[in-house]
Ligand binder design. Structure first.
Ligand SMILES: NC(=O)c1ccc[n+]([C@@H]2O[C@H](COP(=O)([O-])OP(=O)(O)OC[C@H]3O[C@@H](n4cnc5c(N)ncnc54)[C@H](O)[C@@H]3O)[C@@H](O)[C@H]2O)c1
Ligand SMILES: [Zn+2]
Ligand SMILES: [Zn+2]
Length: 369
């Protein structure tokens, strides 16, 4: 079944007009589908900390822009060449990749040669305009191959993952980035082993997903470090065996708990001093994963990382087409309760959602158009 259309689609979207402005809810026009694309009616869109990056001067994607890269929804139209998806399918949207480069061919789409161009620039590869506003002016879109802070988004077969229609679709968007990044870093990138020890720095959406995944992996010492007590309390409920206030000497406490350092460390803060602490708290032969947007240069002495593997991880090194179904199965088994991190907001309360996520009150806002 397919529904090809050459018409534009009227869409309600949250548009970021300037780096220091609130989002404004606007009616915009989405261009007609290309043959390899699908039109998705968004039912929920998670907010990830990466969505604030277009606010930073000098970042590749600039306002006016429609952000949002954890969408879930229902296919409303498919392009003529789309074979794997049909109208009515339920999908979770994830990051985009080319499918043709060496890393994509090797099942590593997070390290696609075109990852930055396809996900962080907010425009088509060929420079075409996807969205125009009420005055006919262009608005940046296709952020992470979607732009899901909107009633509808254009995606492709590669970044739309079909899911069982009996699932609560509006909860599933965060599996497309933040939750995938935390869980994938543990289960795919670092491949945490049963019986091992791990320290997770930063217990936000990404860090708490890592805590849950570490328990799934069978790690027996799971240490969460954060500055906020309520996040540490949740970490304990989700599987952390120890929690540490990041304002204290976390490294010393990790050494005392593990008797010589953890086998795995995972930083989601991006704070160079915390990243260095994560490296130093890892034993020789251990692995350190970084995912936070790095807030300054990291200076390492040789003895800081002797015998250690350091990975700057994108999207958990996961392939969304296989990893999103895996996380859903774990959730169905009661072993990956990612829904505990979610709080829903109507799309027109996106500014409140952003504020409460930046101040730490809400861990994973999900916007409902
Ligand atoms: N690499 C990727 O593919 C990828 C994907 C998704 C998100 N990210 C990035 O990951 C980071 C985390 O995302 P999130 O949604 O979990 O954000 P978040 O803000 O919810 O979590 C960060 C946590 O770190 C804690 N923290 C801050 N400073 C600390 C310190 N000095 N010591 C201990 N804890 C500290 C905060 O209290 C917070 O709980 C962001 O930078 C985001 O942009 C990267
Ligand atoms: Zn590629
Ligand atoms: Zn993200």
């Amino acid at each position: 079944m397919s529904d090809h259309s050459t018409a534009t689609t009227s869409v309600r979207a949250a548009v970021l007009r300037a780096g220091d402005a609130p989002y404004s809810i606007e009616d915009v026009q989405l261009r007609a589908l290309r043959s390899n694309e699908v039109l998705v009616r968004i039912v929920g869109a998670g907010m990830c900390h990466t969505d604030v990056l277009p606010r930073s001067p000098g970042f590749p994607a600039t306002p006016p822009i429609i952000a949002g890269h954890e969408g879930s929804g229902v296919i409303e139209q498919v392009g003529a060449d789309v074979t794997a998806l049909a109208v009515g399918d339920h999908v979770v949207l994830s990051f985009d990749s080319c499918g043709a480069c060496a890393n994509c061919a090797a099942g590593q789409p997070a390290y696609c040669d075109q990852f930055m161009l396809r996900n962080l620039f907010g425009r088509e590869l060929d420079g075409a305009i996807t969205v125009t506003d009420a005055n006919g002016e262009p608005v940046a879109a296709r952020w992470f191959g979607q732009s899901s802070f909107a009633s509808h988004a254009i995606a492709t077969e590669r970044n739309a993952v079909k899911v069982d229609p009996s699932l609560p679709l509006e909860l599933l968007g965060p599996l497309g980035c933040g939750i995938q990044t935390g869980a994938g870093s543990v289960l795919c990138a670092m491949d945490v082993q049963p019986g091992s020890s791990i320290a997770v720095f930063g217990a936000g959406a990404v860090g708490l997903a890592a805590v849950m995944a570490a328990k799934v992996a069978g790690a027996t010492t799971i240490i969460a470090v954060d500055l906020q007590q309520h996040r540490l309390d949740l970490a304990t409920e989700l599987g952390a065996t120890h929690v540490i206030d990041g304002a204290t000497d976390a490294g010393g406490q990790i050494m005392a708990i593990t008797g010589g350092g953890v086998q795995y460390a995972f930083d989601t803060t991006g704070v160079p001093a915390v990243m260095l602490g994560a490296i130093r708290a890892t034993r020789m032969t251990g692995t350190i994963g970084f995912v936070g947007v790095q807030q300054g240069p990291l200076e390492l002495a040789s003895f800081d990382y002797i015998g250690k593997t350091i990975i700057n991880i994108l999207e958990g090194s996961a392939d969304p087409q296989t990893f999103i179904p895996r996380m859903i199965s774990l959730w169905q088994e009661g072993r990956f309760p990612f829904d505990r991190l979610i709080e829903q907001f109507p799309l027109d309360q996106i500014n409140e959602a952003e504020q409460s996520s930046l101040t730490g009150g809400v861990i994973k806002p999900v916007l409902i158009p």
